[in-house]
Design a protein around this ligand. Structure first.
Ligand SMILES: *[C@@H]1O[C@H](CO)[C@@H](O)[C@H](O)[C@H]1NC(C)=O
Ligand SMILES: *[C@@H]1O[C@H](CO)[C@@H](O)[C@H](O)[C@H]1NC(C)=O
Ligand SMILES: *[C@@H]1O[C@H](CO)[C@@H](O)[C@H](O)[C@H]1NC(C)=O
Length: 612
């Protein structure tokens, strides 16, 4: 059955290819007739506009357009390498016919985004025509994947390509290299001579005065999903530096099982593949820290916490917030449930095989739920997003991923955090829930989950950071400066979006535009993270630039997982059809409903209709 599905998918690949890639085909044909050499071989001393003598790296001015690579020459001029940019000329500014046609025929990302998030009747039809729908999903996977370099090119300690970027897996990757050192201004040559004062920036642009609710009914269950999910690949090694990570290249469920083999061993029961659990108040929970070997958790030394409130989890941070603890508990229960299902069909399998196979199934469930429930809500697309790895088989898609430093920064979504959580009659403030799982044991896990479902998240925008999160925000801005991120407009262009032309164009709000203009002086000098959040709200949960940068990193991270590759993605990897079907039918609702004690209701990433 699976075999026939994937061969169908493949056939449709070929047929549909002519439909969706028709325009690209015309462009390609035209380019074959007219293409000129994309490489410019004369360097550029006499480039108009470039000053004759500079006392700084001329690449600070970013003279090379269209992703051409600037290289400094000993005589204080530069050369642009236009290879592969479809442009030529001193500054890679002259398009080949291919590029010219693409630019003029391809709709801009904002238009496409508006199309996919509106016209629900149109998408309702498309979603029901399997061959068209599969064709579009294939296009989504491939076009998004194409925007992420594979293998990775840059890391944060060099502003040029090095082998370290590939071989030293302690580095986060970089989509754009750091700004060269010793430039006239922090982002090159544009803007003020110094970054704006970080405290002034936070006070003027970021701090919440009054809670701004998320306009798409997003709830706290979504906020904690985001945090729980992303911590499996954002493992910044803060002791060594924000450019380094302790983690692997993507979705490895290390947030559930542990990052190192020693942690994973410590959390296993050794029986029928299951993880260690204990029963508290008649419910199954993860074990106490004192009862497991070799696990260390991030409990702060200055806060006294009794031993029967300290838990051992796959991620050392996850016992410090009740929402993360809730997700951890649900996933441990789900793993053990999957082990029971596998044991029913494979009573002869040993503990090791049941555990390893259950872990593969859990990765599959995580990816399925992330695409079909989480990203679906996040994007607000009317196109129904589906997890169909076979669509990438036999294409140019690369099953390799590296987490990018910019992705980590982009995912700092603290405005989602609401001021309070109302759990069965009690209001908990943000600090009431820090370092504590008490609300879960006081009210029961089910009540806590219902509270997360019923509470609105905050809007991902400016002036919506809760004041107690000030230190987290300050750190992300300071780290962005340490890593010498290029500005928001450079990233817009890297991800094929037009640069913002003015502060008004960025924010859509005259007052905010004026504040930012005073702080930065030039739209091309606006810092990456600041620009991401200051962008005017759009149809998705995040503003548009975040969708169009986070999208490629997410799609790549999810679909490049080994389980999606042709040799893994088949029933036998997952213990047969039964295991494969657990993945194919997973949903956020099932995950909770199968693992709550007293049944579930309204499990979704939105507050139920009618919630104030
Ligand atoms: C710029 O570079 C070229 C080639 O490397 C060199 O011949 C020329 O003298 C340089 N111009 C200046 C102004 O340094
Ligand atoms: C990776 O790079 C970091 C930072 O330069 C360095 O400390 C570490 O030793 C490198 N690791 C390897 C395996 O080379
Ligand atoms: C609070 O919890 C108790 C016991 O679980 C339950 O009977 C009651 O309905 C809950 N109240 C609310 C408002 O959820």
């Amino acid at each position: 059955m699976v075999k026939s599905m994937s061969s169908d998918g493949h056939q449709e690949d070929k047929r549909g290819g002519r439909v969706v890639f028709g325009v690209a085909g015309v462009v390609l044909a035209a380019s074959l007739l007219f293409m000129r050499s994309p490489v410019q071989d004369t360097p550029t001393s006499s480039s108009p506009g470039a000053p004759a003598v500079l006392d700084y790296d001329p690449c600070c001015a970013y003279p090379c357009q269209n992703q051409g690579v600037c290289m400094r020459l000993p005589t204080n001029n530069y050369t642009c390498d236009c290879t592969g940019t479809d442009h030529y000329g001193t500054n890679c500014d002259i398009p080949t016919w291919t590029a010219w046609l693409k630019k003029n025929l391809k709709p801009d990302p904002e238009t496409i985004h508006n199309l996919i998030t509106s016209h629900s009747w149109f998408w309702a039809i498309i979603n029901r025509i399997p061959f068209l729908h599969k064709r579009i999903m294939t296009y989504v996977y491939l076009s998004r994947g194409d925007l992420v370099d594979s293998p990775p090119t840059y890391e944060s300690d060099h502003s040029y390509i090095t082998l370290n970027a590939y071989y030293n897996e302690s580095y986060y990757g970089r989509a754009l290299p750091p700004v060269p050192e010793h430039c006239p201004t922090p982002l090159g040559v544009k803007g003020h001579r110094e970054y704006p004062d970080v405290d002034t920036l936070i006070k003027k642009i970021f701090l919440r005065k009054q809670f701004i609710p998320e306009p798409h009914d997003t709830n706290i269950l979504f906020q904690y999903y985001a945090q729980h999910f992303t911590h499996q690949f954002f493992w910044t090694d803060y002791e060594k530096g924000p450019q380094l990570t302790k983690g692997n290249g993507g979705v490895d469920v290390s947030n559930i099982y542990g990052l190192k083999e020693q942690d994973r061993r410590g959390l296993r029961s050794g029986h029928r593949g299951k993880l260690l659990t204990q029963v508290i108040n008649g419910e199954e929970f993860p074990p106490y820290l004192k009862d497991v070997q070799g696990i260390s958790m991030d409990y702060p030394p200055h806060i006294p916490i009794p031993d029967d409130s300290k838990f051992a989890l796959g991620h050392p941070f996850f016992a410090l917030l009740p929402g993360l603890f809730a997700y951890s508990t649900i996933w441990v229960r789900e793993h053990n449930r999957v082990c029971d299902e596998l044991f029913k069909v494979h009573p002869d399998w040993d503990d090791e095989r049941l555990y390893q196979t259950a872990r593969l199934i859990i990765i599959g469930e995580v990816i399925k739920i992330t695409i079909e429930d989480y990203v679906q809500h996040l994007s607000q697309y009317n196109l129904r997003l589906t997890f169909e790895p076979h669509l990438t088989h036999g294409t140019r898609f690369q099953y390799h991923n590296r987490i990018h430093a910019e992705f980590n920064h982009l995912y700092h979504w603290h405005p989602l955090v609401s001021d309070t959580l109302h759990v069965n009659g009690t209001d908990y403030g943000i600090m009431d829930m820090a370092y504590s799982t008490a609300p879960i044991f006081k009210h029961g896990l089910d009540n806590f989950i219902h509270a997360m479902v019923n509470t609105r998240a905050g809007a991902l925008t400016t002036r919506n950071h809760a004041p107690v999160l000030y230190p987290v925000l300050k750190k992300v801005i300071e780290n962005g400066r340490r890593l010498r991120f290029q500005g928001i407009n450079a990233y817009r262009q890297r991800f094929e979006m037009r640069p913002f032309t003015s502060f008004q164009d960025l924010t859509g709000d005259a007052e905010l535009a004026a504040e930012l203009e005073e702080l930065y002086g030039d739209i091309d000098a606006v810092e990456y993270y600041v620009g991401l959040l200051a962008e005017r709200p759009g149809p998705s949960v995040t503003p548009l630039s975040m969708v169009n940068m986070g999208g490629p990193w997410s799609v790549k991270g999810l679909l490049a997982n080994p389980i999606c590759s042709p040799r893994y993605w088949k029933p036998s990897t997952f213990g047969g059809e039964e295991g494969f079907n657990i993945i194919k039918t997973a949903s956020i609702q099932k995950l909770f409903c199968l693992n709550m004690k007293n049944g579930c209701q309204n499990i979704a990433f939105t507050v139920p209709a009618g919630t104030p």
